[in-house]
Design a protein around this ligand. Structure first.
Ligand SMILES: O=C(O)c1ccc(O)c(O)c1
Ligand SMILES: [Mg+2]
Length: 645
């Protein structure tokens, strides 16, 4: 696996006059104000929302911040937040106006003309729409004298005003040209408000749009907002409908991200800003495609080549060393694969069975510092590999340099967030990548009946799980499924698959829910596997065992529990127990699967049989598999015999 600098892209995002301006709140990014501004500019944002705390902590006077923004090509689109302004007694109101005048001074120096005022959350806030409207009206009069506008935002946990329709009612009553709304998608969508009502608000009253996605969580909305917001496309909210409504209503301001997220707050700001920009590019494409009524020039900043159809996994490449290479090759032979090709110019073997293909590459250093094997690349068959690559580049995916011989196929590749290379290819093209392999003289046999690659499962680095979801979703056009969580022997794991609509390409992403240390159980981190499909797993498992495949033995308790929970055909249950085949089912069908032992430090293979349209990945059985892998590892390292099954 190559280590790639994912913060830069050779072509960079193009700033154009087309479409909405893009913005990002400084609160989205980690570091000091200086770091945040540099990162936002490098990722191609047009503007920023300056979060007050970032300014207060900065040694730069506001004028210097403005100069820095100008030098970086950034506008200061919003100053925020101004809290607890309204619904107060007359003496507090006087003090609040004084406080506001001070902030207007700051904004003047910052060159920012819009102040965000949040609805009050104080226990003392008066439940009085007329009072709030009157106080906001007064504030708007003062602001207008300074050439400033007030954008009123209903926080989802506001004491009295906590829905966007209520905030609109207040702004309507206050009736001042310098007073309008800030609509924050989190506050609107977390409360399950119907965004259709946005269409009833005059466009010139929509002063500012803040965008954030979030996972569906059943929890206190303030905690949800402060810790779990995501960039658009990473969560469960329909941001394109939200933005589409605002555009249709006549909103002409920027699309600005405001994402409070525990992980992003600790991430490299340059990289997080690229992730953020990718989310906006993809969102604008979705708005353009999903809401054709929206004036075209509002919907896009960049022309994105549409994602071509994907027709399957072309191959998966494993980086191996001498020891793990032999182990993996033996396992592949046991699984019925044939070593059919040898690369013309590199020490890379092609192993094949049906349309399942694995490359063993001994050139690349292993990704982990333990000796072992790791997935270095996954290759997908694309209807138009060139267009796939252009799209990836437009979405700021780091393009990988390729070294290739004179008459070898050119494979476009980009780096996924975990460093895995993603290749776009056409296996059926005469001049395609298979032509780079010289035949070993062995043609693929029927093997044990494995037909294709079903999925590739990659444990993601803790900090890049949500980034990875958006990467595969936007760059490859895959659809994220709902995340699931399970309790594994070494901690909770979240998993989320991304697939194309035809389910030809499936990538199962997983992550430990807490950064996983390995203090007491070394070598349990970041497993990866490739799953191959079969139409008859019991016959396949027997054949694999006969060939000496290192199949993983599953505990008898597992089958006793299956027997207790389900009324499976006793013969099938006995065969599953004999062959260590696991079982799952969903509303569409059934799933039978078995695993190999871990080869090297983190790789293993899975064989799966999908019956009747089962769509999952047998995630419910993952803890059983992990415990079995652990048991083997201990037995191997101590030389202790394995207990009876
Ligand atoms: O969590 C908050 O306090 C907060 C502040 C400003 C915002 O725009 C917002 O949406 C939330
Ligand atoms: Mg907000």
């Amino acid at each position: 696996m190559s280590t790639v600098d994912t913060t830069t892209s050779p072509s960079g995002p193009s700033r154009s006059n087309l479409g909405a301006r893009t913005g990002i709140a400084t609160v989205c990014l980690s570091g000091t104000l200086e770091d945040k501004l540099a990162a936002a500019a490098a990722a191609g944002f047009d503007g920023v929302e300056i979060f007050e705390n970032d300014l207060i902590a900065s040694p730069w006077p506001p004028r210097q911040v403005r100069q820095r923004c100008t030098d970086l090509g950034l506008s200061v689109d919003l100053y925020q937040p101004f809290r607890e302004f309204d619904a107060v007694s007359p003496d507090v109101f006087t003090a609040n106006l004084r406080r506001a005048e001070h902030k207007f001074d700051v904004m003047e120096q910052l060159g920012s003309d819009t102040l965000l005022v949040c609805s009050s959350v104080s226990q003392d806030a008066a439940h009085d729409d007329d009072l709030i409207a009157e106080q906001l009206h007064t504030l708007a009069c003062r602001a207008a004298e300074r050439g400033i506008r007030i954008a009123y935002e209903a926080l989802a946990w506001g004491r009295h005003v906590n829905t966007y329709d209520h905030s609109w009612e207040i702004v309507r009553r206050a009736d001042h040209p310098a007073l309008g709304l800030c609509l924050d998608s989190f506050h609107v969508l977390s409360r399950a408000s119907d965004p259709a009502g946005i269409g009833d608000i005059p466009g010139d009253k929509l002063f500012f749009l803040q965008l954030a996605d979030a996972p569906r969580l059943d929890m206190d909305v303030l905690q949800w907002s402060r810790h779990h917001r995501l960039f658009p496309g990473q969560g469960a909210f329909d941001l394109s409908a939200f933005v589409g409504r605002a555009f249709a209503a006549g909103y002409t301001g920027p699309l600005s991200l405001e994402v409070f997220n525990d992980v992003f707050r600790q991430s490299d700001p340059g990289r997080a800003a690229v992730d953020a920009m990718r989310s906006l590019l993809f969102l604008q494409e979705q708005v353009e495609v999903g809401h054709p009524a929206v004036p075209q020039d509002r919907a896009r900043v960049t022309e994105l080549p549409p994602a071509p159809d994907l027709t399957g996994h072309a191959f998966t490449e494993l980086a191996v060393d001498d020891a793990s290479g032999k182990q993996v090759a033996n396992a592949l032979a046991g699984l019925g694969f044939t070593h059919t090709g040898q690369h013309r110019s590199k020490p890379v073997q092609l192993w094949q069975q049906g349309s399942a293909r694995v490359l063993l590459n001994t050139t690349e250093p292993s990704a982990s510092n333990e000796s072992g094997a790791a997935v270095s690349a996954l290759a997908v068959d694309s209807a138009d590999p060139t267009r796939s690559a252009r799209r990836a580049e437009a979405l700021l995916a780091p393009v990988l340099p390729r070294t290739r011989g004179a008459d070898e196929a050119s494979l476009a590749a980009v780096a996924a967030p975990d460093g895995t290379s993603v290749f776009f290819c056409r296996t059926d093209d005469d001049a395609g990548w298979p032509a780079d392999f010289l035949s070993t003289g062995r043609s693929p046999e029927a093997g044990v009946g494995l037909t294709r690659t079903d999925h590739v499962a990659l444990t993601q680095p803790f900090d890049h799980f949500d980034e990875a979801t958006l990467f595969y979703r936007s760059v490859l056009g895959l659809h994220p499924e709902n995340p699931t969580e399970f309790a594994a022997p070494f901690g909770l794991v979240r998993s989320r698959a991304v697939t194309d609509p035809a389910r030809e390409v499936r990538i199962a992403l997983s992550v430990a829910l807490l950064r996983r240390g390995e203090e007491w159980a070394p070598g349990v981190s970041a497993p990866q596997h490739i799953a191959f499909a079969t139409d008859d797993i019991i016959a396949g498992a027997r054949a694999m065992r006969a060939r000496g495949a290192p199949l993983l033995e599953i505990s008898g308790n597992y089958y006793d529990d299956l027997d207790a929970r389900l009324t499976l055909d006793p013969e099938l249950l006995a065969a599953m127990r004999e062959c260590s085949v696991l079982y799952d089912h969903d509303e569409h069908g059934e799933f039978l699967h078995c695993y190999t032992e871990v080869l090297g430090s983190r790789i293993f293979f899975e064989v799966v049989q999908r019956i009747g349209g089962y769509t999952g990945y047998g995630t419910t059985n993952a803890p059983v598999r992990m415990a079995a892998h652990r048991r083997l590892r201990v037995a191997r390292s101590t030389g202790a015999p394995l207990n009876e099954r």
